[in-house]
Write a protein that binds this ligand. Structure first.
Ligand code: 5GP
Length: 204
């Protein structure tokens, strides 16, 4: 496979989706993996763009059909990444970007290892995360509580990631994330070093 993967995780409300949208626009030859979910569509979201929104039954059928590269239950809803388009884009040499949770990251690591560069994005503190979720205005009080509880448990797994970005200022964080995305394409592990060295050493 010629491409590579950038996994971005972090608490819901940390601003990672807006950041990733910008990275996708900036980095040529990149592909943003659209996940499938059973959660309710939020105001302003579009089916097929933000997510593929499906029923619980449909999702479970897809699990059994082996459709997902990884899937997880987050905040009582299913979320999953479909395998086929990801493999196609990797074969075409693209940078494939995943917005997945810590459970999904672990499974992706087991399947793709060195192809992955991972970034954990969070807020400076829990207080500012709560404020952002309230300001977003798309979640009920109960959903905000669930997301905050989940954020605390996600934070305990941030050591599993290559990079940590604290999203205090959007433009600074975006600059850092774009730099990581470009650097991820230059990882030594992506190169067939043996072949490169023998070609390089050839004097003909
Ligand atoms: P939200 O409901 O705020 O869009 O997403 C909730 C959480 O689900 C986020 O942490 C997001 O990263 C995660 N998520 C979104 N898509 C996937 C996916 O395909 N797989 C996994 N494992 N997590 C996902």
């Amino acid at each position: 496979m010629k491409g590579n993967i950038l996994v971005v995780s972090g608490p819901s409300g940390s601003g990672k989706s807006s950041l990733m949208k910008e990275v996708f626009k900036e980095v040529k030859n990149s592909y943003f993996s659209i996940s499938t979910t059973t959660r309710e569509i939020r105001e302003g979201e579009v089916d097929g763009i933000n997510y593929h929104f499906v029923s619980k039954e449909e999702f479970e059928q897809d699990i059994n059909a082996g459709y997902f590269l990884e899937w997880a239950k987050v905040h009582d809803n299913y979320y999953g990444t479909s395998l086929k388009p990801v493999l196609k884009e990797l074969h075409e040499g693209k940078l494939v970007i995943f917005d997945i949770d810590v459970q999904g990251h672990k499974i992706a690591q087991e399947k793709f290892g060195n192809l992955i560069t991972s970034v954990f994005i969070t807020t400076p503190d829990q207080k500012s995360l709560k404020q952002r979720l309230i300001n977003r205005g798309t979640d009920t009080q109960e959903s905000i509580k669930k997301r905050l509880d989940n954020a605390v448990s996600e934070m305990t797994r941030m050591r599993e990631y290559d990079y940590l970005l604290i999203n205090d200022d959007f433009n600074t964080t975006l600059h850092d994330l774009i730099s990581i995305a470009y650097a991820s394409k230059k990882k030594m592990a992506l190169v067939d070093a043996g072949e490169f060295i023998s070609t390089w050493a050839s004097t003909e």
